[in-house]
Design a protein around this ligand. Structure first.
Ligand code: CA
Length: 658
């Protein structure tokens, strides 16, 4: 019954949208030449603005203010488009559009399809894309990250471009820039590797970069002013952000420098994931979409106002054909032009499932081992029914797209909405099932009591490839700060053990592991909960901490190495997990232990026994049959065990049969 009602709600929604934007007035343009088409002998421009009465193309000498060199009336083209062709070579010229709707001329609109822009993304630029390629770009190839390049073989590392290098301790020359991340052989004050060399040394496979499309919040003309943003406020979707380039005025520099970064990462065996934010635009009424086609690209409340499932004043309508087309073309462009290896969809729960699946199918055709994942939630209510959106609970309906497991995240460390709350790794009783749910990758599994899982009361993942396991990301307090806030009376040595235990759970669980940059040396944001516009003193990665926390850093390196060396931690299907992974039922409260029949998975270890003690007391656990050797002990012990083992407080142990 519920399904029928949801279906009806969806049909009513579509009917309403069709009534508001009838295809007769808003015909779908199926051509692939929206925006600029450049050759040395001609530039042609096309925009979609079906209800405009007139449209103009304005040419400028530079990307800042000033008076136009010339304005050209555009011709009405197919399916609601406006078109202008200019003979000659227009390379280096900047351009904008104006449209007249209901007798009123719009302000100047940047081409939503722009591939190059001037300062602060105000004006698009005519460029020859071939001239943005660094040397050797044609030969650039994404490195393999395992024998089969399966999603569960990935180890993702989430990084903000500026944070990586801006601290004086980074030893990096181009601080805060694309080029800074391309530097090798950089050293911290203490003489340890930083930046790219460090990521490589860590053994992660994919670097997920926070938004680097052109965003609105940072003034690119003031590189020396104190300003900072994560970048979740899109301005020009198909252009790199200017503040990370060495010259934001020239449209070519930012493109070339981003490509250099990607090329350098690829050369060093690392793949690049782009954080994309198609769920809303940074501007609302004034956005380029809304200037050209008022209302069309967004969802609305019953009263006609912009709906706001994103908490950012508007939400886009991926189900509208031209928005869907925009997303598709934009993503394909990033893969083809920039060789991007994956996307993380911000508030993916805003997008409709059909669009996400069309996108995934297309991107996998171009790059079969592309990695796609997103946040399966929203920041508020959406008029599009839940059953139609790419929410976590609908994860199994997504084609090769993973969702973040907040169940796992908060099960390990406590709720992100309550800084005092603890999780399994910090000694909170009753959290075992949430962590077990994460260990088996949020799928159907006989030994999880779903009623006791913190958020999801039923499995949602169709397979381990369908879920991202993490305990920390750029949002909310860092893991180290969270542990400090929730355990103020616990000695530092024990809090460090909690941190290590939390990361051990993430890196040994089935599914796709995800780490927040700097967590390997206890990254702190000085207890700032939401640092999206805090300055560098909060956000910068302090590379001197690496020396101070070198033991943890080196432990994470060995743990990642173990994960990559042992397919038992990277099973491919829920069937394998049910068949080969078994929890020990008779374990003391506050502990979790499981055995993997790894021989069956072609692992070099015959059996693996993993145990976690998240409680404040040492616990004795019974071992399964036989003599066990130590793979990893968070307390640093090595040796063999038979019969029983003492698991110290806040610690993890991985044992194996050869
Ligand atoms: Ca910008």
């Amino acid at each position: 019954m519920k399904k029928i009602i949801l279906k009806l709600v969806f049909i009513l929604y579509v009917l309403e949208m069709n009534a508001q934007y009838p295809e007769k007035l808003y015909p779908v343009y199926t051509g692939t030449d929206l925006g600029l088409t450049y050759t040395r002998t001609m530039s042609s421009f096309r925009i979609w603005s079906p209800i405009a009465e007139q449209a103009e193309l304005l040419l400028y000498k530079d990307g800042e203010n000033g008076t136009p060199l010339k304005s050209h009336e555009m011709e009405k083209g197919f399916a609601g488009t406006w078109f202008k062709e200019l003979k000659g070579d227009w390379k280096g010229t900047f351009y904008v559009f104006r449209v007249k709707i209901n007798g009123n001329w719009s302000t100047e609109v940047t081409d939503p399809y722009a591939k190059a822009v001037g300062i602060n993304g105000k004006k698009a630029m005519v460029i020859n894309l071939a001239e943005t390629n660094p040397e050797g770009w044609i030969k650039d190839k994404s490195p393999g990250f395992s024998r089969l390049n399966r999603p569960t073989d990935a180890v993702i590392y989430e990084l903000h471009i500026r944070d990586a290098s801006i601290s004086p301790s980074s030893g990096i020359k181009y601080k805060g820039k694309y080029l800074g991340l391309s530097e090798t052989e950089t050293k911290s004050t203490a003489g340890l590797t930083t930046g790219l060399d460090h990521f490589k040394e860590l053994g992660v496979t994919h670097i997920h970069l926070l938004p680097f499309f052109d965003y609105n919040s940072v003034d690119e003309s003031k590189p020396d002013k104190t300003q900072y943003n994560w970048g979740y406020d899109p301005l020009n979707y198909n252009v790199p952000e200017g503040s990370y380039s060495t010259n934001a005025y020239d449209g070519i520099t930012r493109i070339k420098e981003l490509k250099q970064l990607i090329q350098q990462f690829h050369r060093n065996g690392l793949r690049i994931i782009m954080d994309v934010v198609y769920n809303h635009t940074g501007l609302t009424n004034e956005s380029n979409f809304n200037q050209l086609v008022p209302g069309y690209y967004y969802r609305h409340n019953k009263d006609g106002s912009f709906s706001n499932a994103t908490g950012c004043n508007n939400e886009t309508a991926s189900e509208m054909p031209m928005m869907r087309k925009f997303m598709m073309e934009s993503l394909v462009y990033w893969v083809k032009e920039y060789h991007i290896d994956g996307f993380r969809f911000d508030l993916m729960g805003v997008h409709d499932i059909t669009t996400m699946n069309l996108i995934s199918d297309e991107l996998h055709k171009i790059k079969p081992d592309i990695l796609l994942y997103g946040e399966g939630w929203t920041s508020g209510a959406s008029p599009l029914p839940d059953s139609s959106r790419a929410l976590k609970k609908n994860a199994a309906r997504l084609h090769h797209i993973a969702v973040f497991s907040d169940d796992m995240r908060d099960g390990i460390k406590g709720s992100v909405f309550d800084s005092n709350d603890r999780g399994f790794a910090s000694g909170k009783p009753g959290t075992e099932e949430s962590v077990k749910f994460g260990i088996v990758a949020a799928g159907k599994y006989p030994q999880v009591d779903y009623g006791k899982v913190d958020y999801s009361k039923e499995p949602y993942a169709a397979g381990p490839w369908n879920v991202i396991n993490y305990c920390e990301c750029h949002d909310n307090n860092t893991l180290w700060d969270k542990i400090g806030l929730s355990c103020p009376d616990v000695p530092e040595a024990d809090r460090k053990k909690m941190h290590q235990l939390a990361l051990t759970i993430v890196l040994t669980s089935q599914g796709i592991p995800f780490l927040h940059a700097g967590t390997e040396f206890l990254r702190t944001k000085k207890d700032v909960e939401n640092s999206y516009k805090s300055d560098d003193s909060i956000n910068a990665i302090d590379w001197d901490r690496k020396k101070e926390e070198l033991a943890l850093n080196n432990y994470i390196i060995s743990l990642i190495h173990i994960r990559k060396a042992h397919p038992a931690f990277r099973m491919a299907s829920p069937d394998e997990i049910s068949k080969y992974l078994h929890f020990d039922n008779q374990v003391p409260a506050g502990t979790i232990a499981y055995t993997i029949n790894s021989e069956a998975l072609k692992d070099s270890w015959r059996n693996i026994w993993v145990a976690f003690n998240g409680s404040s007391e040492d616990k004795t656990l019974d071992l399964p049959f036989g003599k066990w050797d130590t793979g990893i002990d968070t307390n640093g012990s090595t040796g063999s065990y038979t019969g029983q083992v003492l698991l110290k407080r806040y610690s993890a142990l991985i044992l194996y049969h050869e």
